[in-house]
Design a protein around this ligand. Sequence first.
Ligand SMILES: [Zn+2]
Length: 322
Amino acid sequence: MNYIVLDLEWNQSPSGKEDSVEHLPFEIIEIGAVKLDGDMRYLGEFHRLVRPQVYRKMHFKILEVTHMDMEELKSEGRPFYDVMEEFLAWCGEEEYRFCTWGSMDLTELQRNMAYHEVENPFPRPFLYYDVQKLYWLQYGNGRNKLSLDQAVQEQGLLEDRPFHRALDDAFYTGKVLAVLDMEQFGSYVSVDYYLLPRCREEEFSLQFPDYSKYVSREFENREDIMKEKNLTDMVCIKCRRMLRKKIRWFPYGQRFYLCLALCPEHGYMRGKIRVKKSEQDRQYAVKIIKAASEEDIELLDQRKEDVRRKRSGRGHSLKNGQ
Ligand SMILES: [Zn+2]
């Protein structure tokens, strides 16, 4: 399998969010990518400027970071539709996986594709490597995630080329990818949530060494989500056995549900459902199951108690108001 290491530069509404086009907050102005084979050998590169068709002035921050000039983009850039066709052809027929620094690029790429009516050829689930996350897993040691420049410095990979242009950043991201221990960390794939399962049959579960992840289709509201057995089931991450719940799912804040279950062989497992807003302004859910430590169990108990107290407190004040 090849790796397509991708980096995008984009512009945004120069006058702020109010003037932002719906479903296109970021307009891609540059695509850079390098192709590596399964042994991280360099196979080639792709670079194009994109002619802006939505935001015709540079946002000052983008200008500051990329030093990209609108006049250059207008004269050298080509329409997104054409660039994308060339890019997908360049990616090739051989199986490949995208690699990006951070988790934004593939979503923004697909938003731009939808806006320009480029057919979306990507698979569901759309798996990729977030190299920033993999780097953090291998070298994090409790630190925050590093920026690309920081990781490049730390690994002594700096060359005589700048940062913050698409091809240079793709090049450096590829360099960082090549120093990672993929035997150990290659199982930590990320999934892009732009394309969601369209029906129950397309819902999927990913198994990682220390947790599992389940991604649902879209729903009207979170009450409907919590009626779904596939989502509320607790399954052991070690033996895949269906588990008995010790603390049933309860809402925590506006977007979370928590739960605790017990595997007779592997101990306590905690469940967390996060409700997220989809591109279509509907709701979907991501369930994570992990082994629970004593601390986790205590924290869960406490949160459950907090929620109970808040509820009874609200009931009390209502009565007083009557
Ligand atoms: Zn088990």
